[in-house]
Design a protein around this ligand. Structure first.
Ligand SMILES: Cc1ncc(COP(=O)(O)O)c(C=O)c1O
Length: 412
């Protein structure tokens, strides 16, 4: 089939819930991908924070092919080596003592939500089942994850949604103090909000939530599905020291996206005390702990859990943010550039509000794949394995795209 035929078939065959750019990607290697017409792009979106080691990373490919030839699936009735090895690695690198594997971010959050409710049902009276989430949060598309995502744009038409979720203004210390209380069984928060436009938690905010959770014996649950696994330049985003006295220790963390290096896998990690709530029969997933996905994730984790790589992410992230501020100033494009490490959002000025998708399209025309977050923010999540020369090349392509954009979308 030609590229045009493929696109026509996709439009005819798929549920129309996505609106992809009209290109068919055929091949990827490192930080670059190629479309069917042979055009090359630098991938500064990394499959929405999934391809953190770029495309077709040699270590991941080797782990996957070896495991695929040995054992593909065991079900949860039996143990398998790759899932045990991955659990050892993850738990050795953070606060958590137990892990539950699933297939996506939404499922990881569903598991966290169910854990919080079950834990509370075992330890507390009936009234203590509320889960506090935040304005601007995104936790996924399954019904409970959607209920935790207090955004009418995502929720509209899907009601009735599961109850027991209360939304608090993000980074509002006083509002959190008012809302978190005796009814709260858990607080679910992204250390850096992704979908709403790259908003890091304010210094001390996660620490504040930790104190409130301790006061009311509620679980602090961090959603690191987009911001975890090296993306911010720390292995996990909650570990940044400015979150609260030297970092913050949650009770639960959810991961997905980058974990599988392109294969679908999610994880819910918890303290042993919290994890005890999920006894045999209480929760499960047919594919959770799949040996091939876990082998991929083991290879990913070995490469990301590396101080030199994380230092490079911090250095390159600072350079990319500086470049965006500079380019934005020259063209009068951006009101603010936010983020941490290689998780950056450039907020368009009021004069160009609503045109983030146009800027993304200009970037694509100039050979860089980027993302938006809402209508006003250009979002950049390049692979953590980005080379310095690729960063330079990406920045010069984006600079040309920004000039085009400034010309084409004149300030209104
Ligand atoms: C912070 C966060 N949580 C949860 C999800 C949902 O993950 P998935 O799409 O794998 O279900 C996403 C996806 O964008 C996310 O960014």
């Amino acid at each position: 089939m030609s590229q045009e035929e493929l696109k026509a078939a996709a439009r005819r065959l798929f549920v129309p819930n996505y609106a992809p750019a009209a290109i068919v990607l055929e091949r990827g290697s490192g930080c670059r991908v190629w479309d069917g017409a042979g055009r090359e792009y630098l991938d500064f979106g990394a499959g929405i924070s999934v391809n953190s080691l770029g495309h077709c990373n040699a270590g991941v490919t080797a782990a996957v092919t070896e495991q695929a030839a040995a054992l593909n699936h065991t079900s949860n009735l039996y143990y398998n080596r790759p899932s045990i090895a991955l659990a050892e690695k993850l738990l050795g690198a953070c606060f958590a003592e137990r892990v539950f594997f699933c297939n996506s971010g939404s499922e990881a959050n569903e598991a966290a939500i169910k854990l919080a409710r079950k834990f509370s049902s075992l330890h507390h009276a009936d009234h203590k089942r509320e889960i506090v989430t935040f304005s601007g949060a995104f936790h996924g598309r399954t019904l409970a994850a959607l209920a935790a995502t207090a955004n009418p744009a995502y929720q509209e038409g899907f009601g009735p949604l599961p109850g027991g979720f209360v939304s608090c203004a993000f980074n509002d210390f006083a509002a959190a103090e008012k809302i978190i209380g005796a009814k709260t069984c858990a607080v679910l928060v992204e250390p850096v909000q992704g979908e709403s436009g790259i908003h890091p938690a304010a210094p001390g905010f996660l620490g504040h939530l930790r104190k409130l959770c301790d006061r009311f014996d509620a679980l602090l649950m961090v959603d690191e599905i987009q911001c975890g696994l090296g993306r911010t330049g720390n292995l996990f985003a909650h570990q940044w020291p400015d979150n609260g006295a030297g970092g913050v220790t949650p009770d639960v963390m959810t991961l997905a996206k980058a974990l599988g290096g392109g294969l679908p896998i999610g994880a819910m990690l918890a303290t042993a005390r919290a994890a005890e709530a999920l006894q045999p029969g209480s929760h499960g997933s047919t594919f959770g702990g799949n040996p091939v996905a876990c082998a991929a994730a083991g290879a990913v984790f070995d490469q990301i859990n590396d101080d030199a790589l994380l230092a490079k992410v911090r250095r390159q992230g600072a350079a990319l943010a500086e470049f965006l501020r500079d380019a934005g100033r020259r063209q009068g494009l951006f009101a603010e550039v936010r983020g941490r490490g290689l998780m950056l959002g450039a907020q368009l000025t009021a004069a160009r509000a609503g045109h983030a998708a146009d800027l993304m399209e200009c970037c694509r025309r100039h050979g860089v794949l980027t993302l938006t977050a809402g209508k006003d923010v250009l979002r950049l999540l390049p692979p953590l394995s980005l080379g310095d020369a690729e960063l330079e090349e990406g920045m010069s392509r984006i600079a040309r795209a920004a000039e085009d954009f400034a010309r084409e979308v004149a300030a209104e």
